[in-house]
Structure formats: structure tokens, C-alpha cells
Write a new protein. Structure first.
Length: 296
């Protein structure tokens, strides 16, 4: 009986793997959802990851690199809150600064918080940043650990088109879109941003649906509800779960900034042409930015 049960489980896994690998775009509303799918994916080297955490980590990191930062080491908040403020790094030569958030508020002594509105170019230009995050870093590490993917990108509302242009010309067989989410569950802003990314990447033909797994299709449909109406999205988000946390820490302005670029000035335009990607620098995984011109 045990043997039959084990064979049945193995059979279901084989079928799940066969089905999932038929799709060229696979999406997950949270890193935990992606972990369940990842075990079935074949040939990770032909697969790239696009990580989306609109409120606020991917937007802030996009802004840091657009403002001239050399690279970002994206780190989970240490349990003992012993942040590294050293101006040097033994593996990656250059000047280092520290920033990020602690329970939604800026780390004491950091050059920036987890807000694109906190960025001053003079604090970051030509420097590396250790960026600590409560949820975003943990989510990204969970999504990408233990497998050698072909590339890992980070996407905000600002740089969707630049990221699509970069990936479309890179020859990957599969793109996995992973949302940071809200404590292991879906969040509206990530779903809409991921849906817009999927819409651009997959094109507008009816046949695109056959290339998308179910979560990809749901994200695309959710994004179409707002049809590039950013003000309607901002209004909806101000009623939601993340906004309530941001209100507690006095950062509700970040919602508009992360969705529309309000208050960002010329930096938003620079963000729109900055592709954010994980590179190996001194043997370490560092998020770097590259300015591109693109056509969609």
C-alpha cells in the first residue's frame, strides 16, 4: 500500500512538472508560492527571475541605482539589529554606506530609509549600499536561494519597460515573476505591477494566454482593471493593508511616489531607464543598475 501511495505521489509530481514546464511565463504572488513551483522547473539556467516589491524595496533600490549608486547588497534585517556601518567591505572594494528600514522606519544612522523619497544623490553617487529590509530581502532570498538561475532582475513600476526590453533580447526560455507580497500572501500593488510586466513581455495577441500559467493570467487581468490608471490604483491602495502600515510610520506619501513617481522629479525618468540586475562583484551577489535606451 505504501509503495502504491508513493508511486501515486511521484506520478502527480511528474504530471505537475510536465504541465508547468509548458509555460514560458510563470508568476507567483509570494516567494512561498514560487518555492512550491520551483521544485518542478527544469533547467534553471534557461530561466530568469523578475522580483517585484513595489512598496517599497524594489522602488527604493531602483532609485538608488538610478541616482548613481554603484551597487546594493540587499540584506534581511538582523534579529539583534546589529547593522553593519563599516565604510569598507573585505570582498567588494569601494566606499560603503548603510540604509534601509527597521519596522518600517529608517535605520538610525542610515543614509536612506526604505523610501524612494529619502534619496539624496550626494549620499549615494559612486558608493555601494548595504540595504536592510524587514520583508523584501527575506522574500527575495527565499525566492532565489538554492538554484542557479540564468539571471535575477528587480522591477518597480518605473522600470517595467526597460526590464522587458532587456529580457526580451536575452534568449531566456522561461521568465518567472515573483512578488514580494505581504507576509507570505498577495499584495495588490505587486500583482498589478507584475501584470503590467507580463502584458508587455507577452505581447497583445490572443495566443499569449497559452504561454502564461494561471497566476500570470490572474495578474494580467488584475492589471487590466486599472488600465494604466495610476491615480485609481493609488486611491485603491490607500485603503489597503500596506497603506495602513505606512500610515502608522508616517510614510503614506510613499504610495504615490512608488506608483506614479510623485515627488521624485527627474529621478523617476532615470529610474525608468535603469535595469536592475543581480551581478557577482568580488564573489558577492550585488544588485547593480545599467542605464538603457529601449523600444517596446
Amino acid at each position: 500500500m505504501t509503495t502504491l501511495l508513493n508511486n501515486s505521489i511521484k506520478g502527480r509530481k511528474f504530471v505537475a512538472a510536465e504541465i508547468l514546464n509548458e509555460f514560458s511565463i510563470i508568476a507567483s504572488a509570494s516567494p512561498e508560492a514560487f518555492e512550491r513551483k520551483r521544485q518542478y522547473l527544469a533547467v534553471p539556467a534557461s530561466t530568469c527571475i523578475v522580483f517585484v516589491d513595489v512598496l517599497r524595496a524594489s522602488t527604493t533600490i531602483n532609485a538608488v541605482l538610478a541616482a548613481g549608486g554603484r551597487g546594493v547588497r540587499f540584506l534581511p534585517k538582523p534579529l539583534d539589529r546589529a547593522y553593519d556601518f563599516s565604510p569598507v567591505d573585505p570582498l567588494v572594494p569601494g566606499t560603503w554606506v548603510t540604509g534601509g528600514e527597521e519596522d518600517g522606519r529608517p535605520i538610525p544612522g542610515g543614509v536612506i530609509g526604505n523610501s524612494p523619497l529619502s534619496i539624496q544623490q550626494s549620499d549615494l553617487d559612486g558608493k555601494y549600499l548595504r540595504f536592510y529590509s524587514s520583508n523584501g530581502a527575506r522574500a527575495m532570498h527565499a525566492a532565489t536561494a538554492g538554484a542557479e538561475f540564468g539571471a535575477i532582475y528587480m522591477c518597480s513600476m518605473a522600470n517595467i519597460d526597460a526590464t522587458v526590453s532587456e529580457i526580451a533580447g536575452s534568449g531566456f526560455e522561461r521568465v518567472c515573476v515573483v512578488c514580494g507580497g505581504f507576509y507570505s500572501t498577495a499584495s495588490l500593488e505587486d500583482i498589478v505591477a507584475a501584470g503590467r510586466f507580463i502584458a508587455r513581455l507577452s505581447g497583445m495577441s490572443e495566443s499569449r494566454w497559452h504561454t502564461l500559467d494561471d497566476e500570470s493570467q490572474m495578474m494580467l487581468l488584475a492589471s487590466e482593471r486599472f488600465d494604466l490608471d495610476d491615480l485609481a490604483l493609488v486611491l485603491e491602495l490607500t485603503k489597503g493593508q500596506v497603506a495602513r502600515i505606512l500610515a502608522i510610520v508616517g510614510r503614506t506619501d510613499d504610495i504615490d511616489a512608488c506608483i506614479t513617481g510623485d515627488g521624485m522629479g527627474a529621478l523617476w525618468k532615470e529610474m525608468s531607464r535603469t535595469v536592475v540586475k543581480v551581478d557577482r562583484v568580488g564573489g558577492e551577489s550585488i544588485l547593480t543598475g545599467r542605464k538603457v535606451s529601449y523600444e517596446i
